[in-house]
Design a protein around this ligand. Sequence first.
Ligand code: UDX
Ligand code: ADP
Length: 480
Amino acid sequence: MVKICCIGAGYVGGPTMAVIALKCPAIEVAVVDISVARIMAWNSDQLPIYEPGLDEVVKQCRGKNLFFSTDVEKHVSGADIVFVSVNTPTKTRGLGAGKAADLTYWESAARMIADVSKSDKIVVEKSTVPVKTAEAIEKILTHNSKGINYQILSNPEFLAEGTAIQDLFNPDRVLIGGRETPEGQKAIQALKDVYAHWVPEESILCTNLWSAELSKLAANAFLAQRISSVNAMSALCESTGADVSQVSHAIGKDSRIGPKFLNASVGFGGSCFQKDILNLVYICECNGLSEVASYWKQVIKVNDYQKNRFVNRVVSSMFNTVSGKKIAILGFAFKKDTGDTRETPAIDVCKGLITDNARLSIYDPQVNQEQIQRDLSMNKFDWDHPIHLQPLSPTAVKRVSVVWDAYEATKDAHGICILTEWDEFKTLDYKRIYDNMQKPAFVFDGRNVVNVEKLREIGFIVYSIGKPLDPWLKDMPAVA
Ligand code: UDX
Ligand code: ADP
């Protein structure tokens, strides 16, 4: 029986291994992590991550051919294929600070594999890592090999949170990069055989190691670039009276452009986009490609501009001051259908409003108070370390309360900011909300989810990203 072990039971490792176990009943899959709490949660009815469809998959295989354990060394030592899916934060100090990936956790995982292995292994890079990481890992393993043969593969993950299970069931493609030697090709074939249980052969692409590693960074950079492009357009739409949704629809009809990833928003978030682009920028700079580096850096700059612009709209609309005013924040996760808050635009928007002395009442259907307080008090990039290495008990951010209901959050508020596109925000009773708010009552829709006309009829002053401006907002400049 083939044995797979995955180091790191996070957003990538957990769902990916659960689907491999489901689709390959003859393979034994162990997911291991140093976090006892995380493993306990994977073994309970309350999984550590919220992902539609994941519960059912885990329930079907857990205890049969899918196991979650903290006994990292035992499972690594017994595995034929070891996936590594550990944290890869952005460095906060030293060489490459603010850009380069911190490979501390990767390196310690590689050294541990070398320490405990007694048989040949295929080691698969699953975390997002900079190009040429595989080569570095290969060096650590071969210099500590004790006669054991290691083959390193890069098998980047393309799942998106909120649709992870569907993405894993029907991937656009599976990418496997490996060495162009006979042993490398054999390892590629072994991993291909795993995916071939459910992925059509023509969708499994095999490349050299560096192409696979770079493709992951490039794919995320291209996706993020589409969002920054449409967000840049949204600012121009607001100035000219065009409607960004109409513009997106029109350009998306061009089959060369396509309709996806053209929704203007308050900004993109998530654990990958910013981190991967920073990595790409760093790699370009290291290779002397400063023009290429600044081209990609601009994608992040426009994202920051969009978040600032949103905060400025809120403040300038409300007579240039939000001091002491209650503002309801609807949605904190970086997108709908996930409880993940990593790099969510809500963090920067909330921090901006707090700087201007607003009182915030935050509601998200999947994010709890502890997480929100932690996010608002953490330093940039601290989020991407294992939880036991993050600041212990951050001091609670004053002027922020977290509630479990949109009506509670909006009661007596002066304004509402919609920061995540949760479906339930489309169907709230906005008349009831309006009646319970201070007047004039404002809605700032950072995700274009509300029906602007209906809300204006109720009496709200509405700002919706990239839409023709409410007459109220026209004379209030809000350029960041
Ligand atoms: C992304 C990639 O899509 C995935 O392939 C990769 O493996 C990991 O990174 P993820 O971060 O989970 O996935 O979510 P994604 O759906 O890409 O959304 C990222 C951010 O962009 C979210 O904040 C989302 O709200 C925002 N977004 C997305 C927009 O603002 N507009 C869009 O049109 C699409
Ligand atoms: P991703 O979104 O890439 O899955 P996460 O941060 O959700 O990232 O998951 C990474 C996981 O890796 C964390 O649960 C962390 O505890 C775990 N981890 C980090 N280093 C090690 C290690 N050396 N051995 C086992 N698990 C590790």
